[in-house]
Design a protein around this ligand. Structure first.
Ligand SMILES: Cc1cc2nc3c(=O)[nH]c(=O)nc-3n(C[C@H](O)[C@H](O)[C@H](O)COP(=O)(O)O)c2cc1C
Length: 170
């Protein structure tokens, strides 16, 4: 799949087949996260791969009962390990860096025919407890990964003219 085709074909998938994800395909997804850029190339992230069914169910409950989180055969908890770094622009580097890694993984998954859905609605402390994430780290996002029962149609986007301006803010 060409890069742009992949970007255009990615969807948030909220229904998964009862079918395992091959190690090789999952490896490609994780590799895309590993290759993501980061501020000062710090790579301050850790991807916790969860296949265990009971843990996935617990994660689903911690994600406000979003049951598809437990239905997906794999959930990746993308964690930031260096939570104190603030860039000179004022933004926390760990959130930006780990978010880029998550997005890389969503696209690599799509390229492999796999669906994902970025989960930001979850109880931080509960997910940390379930997965044994240390206090020094933070869970940036949960990413269920699996074969979609069907690919959802594209959700709408603002037109380019509404989100782009040239030379000066307009
Ligand atoms: C930071 C972030 C957090 C999100 N959290 C959730 C979530 O908790 N549950 C959910 O079903 N979708 C979640 N989404 C998915 C968005 O709803 C989805 O990306 C958006 O509606 C556009 O649809 P699309 O991804 O299919 O293009 C999240 C997406 C992002 C980027």
């Amino acid at each position: 799949m060409e890069t742009f085709e992949c970007i255009g074909a990615r969807r948030s998938v909220r229904s998964y087949e009862d079918r395992e994800v091959e190690e090789e395909k999952l490896g490609q997804v994780l590799e895309a996260g590993r290759l993501a850029p980061s501020a000062n190339n710090r790579q301050g992230w850790k991807f916790v791969v969860v296949r265990d069914a009971e843990l996935r169910q617990r994660l689903a409950r911690a994600a406000h009962g979003q049951s598809f989180v437990g239905q997906a055969p794999v959930v990746i908890a993308a964690c930031a390990t260096e939570t104190g770094r603030v860039m000179s622009c004022g933004h926390p580097a760990h959130l930006v860096d780990t978010s880029i890694a998550i997005d890389h993984m969503t696209l690599a998954a799509r390229e492999q025919g796999l669906g994902t859905c970025w989960i930001g609605a979850f109880e931080q402390e509960e997910v940390k407890r379930i997965l044994g994430v240390p206090a020094s780290a933070t869970v940036v996002g949960l990413l269920p990964v699996g074969y979609p029962t069907s690919w959802p149609s594209a959700s709408s986007r603002k037109p380019l003219g509404e989100v782009v301006c040239y030379e000066r803010w307009q």
